[in-house]
Structure formats: structure tokens, C-alpha cells
Design a protein around this ligand. Structure first.
Ligand code: DC
Length: 225
């Protein structure tokens, strides 16, 4: 491991609703590592920009919000200026705005070091879009987690219903496709598998099987020694 990765890191990138968050926290739990939900930082920026009444096009204003974000992640909860926003940031309008502002290089730059600061021994499982390509390019194991759009819409539907949000399947499918296109086609750190990433298609795998696949790959890298 080189200077950039003093602790072990596994990156899990992939499109929206591919199950990255769940898989990342299960793998981290299994290994006794920390977890970074990088999407939450973009969602928190979006939520605070909304709260401040900023326009999505106000690049400098949104970047300032990202730079000054006052957040904490105590025992799995997500606090914004001391306020528990764990549920609020999962709303579709927040996710959609997050996807828009994530295309601004100034916002990505503002969040870069904050993400790297999550890396502490013994290790970190980082999930997002550019964990393996930009944030932790030297990670010894990079996963690109994909799933068919229908499977992802179904998972997101269940997730949102469980949180008490009312959603329509057709709207969700549309949103997911639009977000895929935006995340993949933006100029700055687009959603793309790192050349050395291993793709796992979880369309027909359950959570346990997917977690096991990642852990097996980690053992194979020799990292689990
Ligand atoms: O993973 P998520 O749905 O919570 O992420 C919300 C948005 O944030 C997503 O549409 C794109 C953006 N994002 C990003 O650009 N880079 C990351 N590393 C994580 C998320």
C-alpha cells in the first residue's frame, strides 16, 4: 500500500439504487471498518442548498454550501447543523438535485478532501460514483456494482415505502434512468468503472450473496491477511 492509502480501502461504485449503500455497510461491518456513503455528502449539500433557497444553477453558491457543510455521522445517523436529516436526504427531490449539483467541478472539489479524511485504520469501505476513479485511485479492491434498471427501481420503491414516502413505480423508473444518464454523461468524474474495477451484477443476487462476493474478492486480493 502506498502513501495515499495508509489504511485498507475497498471502493464500491455504481449507478443509483444498485444496492451500494447496503452492501458497503455490511462489508464494513463484517471487516470491522468504517464506511463512507459519499452520496450522502452530495445529498446534504443539495438539502442545505434547498434550505438556503439557492437556485440549482448557482454554482458558486452551491459550492460554498458544500465547503461549509456542518455534518456529523454519529452511530449511523446523519446530522446537518445538529438536525437529524437521515430520512430527509433520501427524498427523490433531494436525490435529483444532488445528481445535478454533482456535475459541478467546484462542488466535487469542495467535497474531495472531506471524503479522503474518512480513511483511517483499519480500513474503509467507500461507496459512490467516483470512489475508485478519483477519490481512492490506489484502492486494492474496486467493485463496480450494477443491476438491471427494473431491479433497482423495485429496491428503491421498497426502500422509500418503508421510510413512509409515497412513490409511483413509473416515476421512479423515469427518475432512475434520468439520473443514470446525468451521472454517466457529466464531464467531471462521470460514473464509470475504473479500469481495474471488478463488476458485480446483483440483479439476481440477494444481499448476503453480494456481500459474500465482495468478501471473497477481498480475500483473494490478500487483503484479509
Ligand atoms: O448514491 P446516491 O444516490 O445517494 O447519490 C446521490 C447523487 O450524488 C447521485 O445522483 C450522484 C451524486 N454522487 C456523485 O456524483 N459522486 C459520488 N461519489 C456519490 C454520489
Amino acid at each position: 500500500m502506498n502513501k495515499q492509502t495508509p489504511a485498507a480501502v475497498i471502493t464500491i461504485d455504481g449507478p443509483t439504487a444498485s444496492g451500494k449503500g447496503t452492501i458497503a455497510s455490511r462489508v464494513a461491518q463484517h471487516l470491522g471498518w468504517d464506511v463512507l456513503d459519499s452520496g450522502a455528502l452530495y445529498r446534504l449539500t443539495a438539502l442545505n442548498a434547498l434550505r438556503a433557497g439557492l437556485h440549482a444553477e448557482d454554482v458558486e453558491g452551491v459550492a460554498k454550501v458544500a465547503r461549509e457543510l456542518d455534518v456529523a455521522f454519529p452511530d449511523g445517523r446523519i446530522l446537518l447543523e445538529g438536525d437529524d436529516v437521515s430520512a430527509a436526504i433520501r427524498q427523490e427531490n433531494v436525490g435529483n438535485l444532488a445528481s445535478r449539483i454533482a456535475s459541478y467541478p467546484q462542488v466535487r472539489e469542495a467535497l474531495l478532501q472531506r471524503q479522503r479524511d474518512f480513511l483511517r485504520p483499519p480500513g474503509l469501505v467507500a461507496d459512490g460514483r467516483d470512489m475508485g476513479t478519483v477519490i481512492f485511485p490506489d484502492a486494492p479492491l474496486k467493485i463496480f456494482l450494477v443491476a438491471a434498471v427494473e431491479a433497482r427501481a423495485e429496491r428503491r420503491y421498497k426502500q422509500l415505502r418503508e421510510k413512509g414516502f409515497s412513490v409511483k413505480m413509473t416515476d421512479l423508473l423515469e427518475d432512475i434512468l434520468a439520473r443514470d444518464a446525468r451521472d454517466s454523461n457529466r464531464a467531471s468524474a462521470p460514473l464509470v468503472a475504473a479500469p481495474d474495477a471488478i463488476t458485480i451484477d446483483s440483479s439476481h443476487l440477494n444481499i448476503d450473496q453480494t456481500v459474500q462476493a465482495v468478501l471473497d474478492l477481498w480475500s483473494k486480493t490478500g487483503g484479509a491477511k
